[in-house]
Design a protein around this ligand. Sequence first.
Ligand code: ATP
Ligand code: MG
Length: 342
Amino acid sequence: MSETSFTPRVFSGIQPSGNLHLGNYLGALKRFVDWQAKDVETIYCMVDLHAITVWQDPADLKKSTRELCAGFIAAGIDPEDSILINQSQVPEHAQLAWVFNCVARMGWMQRMTQWKDKAGKNQQNASLGLFAYPALMAADILVYHATHVPVGEDQKQHLELTRDIAIKFNHDYGVNFFPETEPVIEGAATRVMSLRDGSKKMSKSDPSDASRINLTDDADAIAKKIRKAKTDPEALPSEVKGLEERPEARNLVNIYAALNEQTVEQVLADVGGRQFSEFKPMLADLAVSKLAPISTEMARLMQQQDEIDKILARGAERARAITAPILRQTYDIIGMVPPPAI
Ligand code: ATP
Ligand code: MG
């Protein structure tokens, strides 16, 4: 089946697990805004059902969901243009996920690196939801027949699994119903690394706050975290090749390039030969100039909780106009007796 038989539609999500950070901004949010500017339908989601795969404090989860909504809008998502939703308010995501739990195989799930990383050594004590996470993610995407999913590099494997689920469903039922979705992993910062450890990605769930730049950090905090970021003693190279084997240096240059909308080559042509003592303040100024307007706008929007809740309610209504018919057709394909029309 070719994806060209489906109307292009973009879907992506972010977990409201607090600490929205620079990696989420460069790897996801900024890309979402780029897609919104194109002539294609865009649907963006606060995936709260994913967040609870690890325990969340209930009051924090509510706050983080609204804060994430504010973050989407502050970063440039227009809720009149894109459909902006909170996952649990669109029940067809969870309903289709159950169907996909019955399509996906245990072996597929066991191979997922996110499962292995997040469950760690204590898999027996991890939630069943954390294990099934990729089937819910496939449902999030396919319940819209989405064809393109902008994500950071860490989600590539889950997107491949989404395709496997679509292919197996279509094969098992002899239909051409779900598209083979394309991951879209683009830009200079598809994998922003921790500021403390160049081998680990920047994450909301990293216990060290110094490892990441949060979108809610003020100018002082941003400058301090960049000043303290792990680096090596060498000056910056003038060529990309000179960043090989230097993960921390590469990370800071990638961040600079992505924030300044330049290529890594262009950045190195300017800063090659400089010491980190010179480059870090340049990076801090750039980060503050790009992120401060977002955090100011987030704080302003957070004062208007009723407005945020209305935006989410409206988004859910628009989303369900797409998801309800697709779920109904899925149930019909797999042989469920249709409920009486209301
Ligand atoms: P958690 O640690 O709780 O999994 P997270 O920081 O990985 O949180 P998610 O909500 O899981 O954030 O991911 C949201 C989006 O941000 C995804 O598209 C993901 O690929 C992207 N993303 C997450 N971390 C990074 C990163 N360090 N660099 C680039 N993109 C990232
Ligand atoms: Mg993640």
